[in-house]
Design a protein around this ligand. Structure first.
Ligand SMILES: [Mg+2]
Ligand SMILES: [Zn+2]
Length: 220
C-alpha cells in the first residue's frame, strides 16, 4: 500500500460496544418505538422525522439519561487503535448518525480526544434533535456521513470505513476499503461489495499494518 490510510469510524455498535442510541430508545421510549425504528431502517422515515416522533414518546430526564450513558462502554481495543493511528499520523474521524452527548461522554472517560461528527441531542421542553451536519442534497440522514467523507477525503490517502449498521451502507460504499460486521457486513455480502469482517480493532490494525509492509500488495 503506497498511500496512507485515512479512517472513518462509526460510533454506535462499532466504537461503543452497544448501539447506545438504539438501547436508549429501547430503554426509555414508550409503545410504538419499534415501528418507528423499523420505518427508519427501511428508509421510510428520515433520521430527523424518526427522532422527533420517538422523542415525543420518550419522557426521560437529563439526569436519568446521563446515568444511563454512564453504563455504556466502548470496545476495549479502540483506545489502542486510536493511539496507533495518531502515532502513525493516520487521520481518524468518527462519523455518527447518533448523538454528541454520549459520544463526548464515552470518549472523555477514556481520555480520547478525537474529531467526531454527530447530531446534537438538546433538552428543551423535552428532547430535540439538532443536525449541524445535515446535507442539502440528502434528506435521509441527520449526519450525512457520505457528504462529510467527500469533504474530508484527500488525494494520496486510502479511505477505510469501519462500521456495522444501516447508516454505514451509503458511506462505506464510497470508501476504498470496508471493515464491517452485522448489518453492514450482510449488506456488503448481499450486494457483492468487498469487505473485511472484523470483531476487534486489533484485527483492523494488524491487517492494515500488513498492507503497509514494503513488499505487500496494495488493496483498494
Ligand atoms: Mg453503528
Ligand atoms: Zn446522507
Amino acid at each position: 500500500m503506497q498511500k496512507k490510510p485515512m479512517f472513518f469510524v462509526d460510533f454506535d455498535g462499532t466504537i461503543a460496544r452497544q448501539d447506545v442510541c438504539y438501547t436508549m430508545v429501547k430503554t426509555f421510549a414508550g409503545a410504538g418505538w419499534e415501528e418507528l425504528n423499523r420505518m427508519w431502517e427501511e428508509g421510510v422515515l428520515t433520521t430527523v422525522e424518526c427522532a422527533r416522533r420517538i422523542f415525543a414518546i420518550m419522557p426521560v430526564t437529563p439526569g436519568e439519561l446521563e446515568a444511563f450513558f454512564d453504563t455504556m462502554e466502548i470496545d476495549g481495543s479502540f483506545p489502542g487503535f486510536a493511539a496507533w493511528a495518531a502515532a502513525s499520523n493516520f487521520p481518524l474521524y468518527i462519523v455518527s448518525d447518533g448523538y454528541d452527548r454520549y459520544i463526548h461522554k464515552l470518549l472523555t472517560r477514556h481520555g480520547l480526544q478525537l474529531q467526531y461528527y454527530a447530531n446534537r441531542l438538546v433538552y428543551e421542553r423535552g428532547w430535540q434533535i439538532d443536525c449541524p451536519y445535515a446535507s442539502s442534497e440528502c434528506d435521509r440522514c441527520g449526519v450525512c456521513k457520505k457528504e462529510i467523507i467527500d469533504k474530508i477525503r484527500k488525494p494520496g490517502y486510502i479511505t477505510i470505513y469501519i462500521g456495522d449498521g444501516y447508516s454505514d451502507i451509503c458511506p462505506a460504499s464510497n470508501c476504498d476499503i470496508v471493515f464491517a460486521r452485522d448489518t453492514l457486513a450482510r449488506y456488503c455480502r448481499d450486494n457483492r461489495i468487498p469487505y473485511y469482517e472484523f470483531a476487534t480493532f486489533d484485527e483492523v490494525r494488524s491487517r492494515v499494518t500488513s498492507w503497509l509492509e514494503p513488499s505487500a500488495s496494495r488493496p483498494g
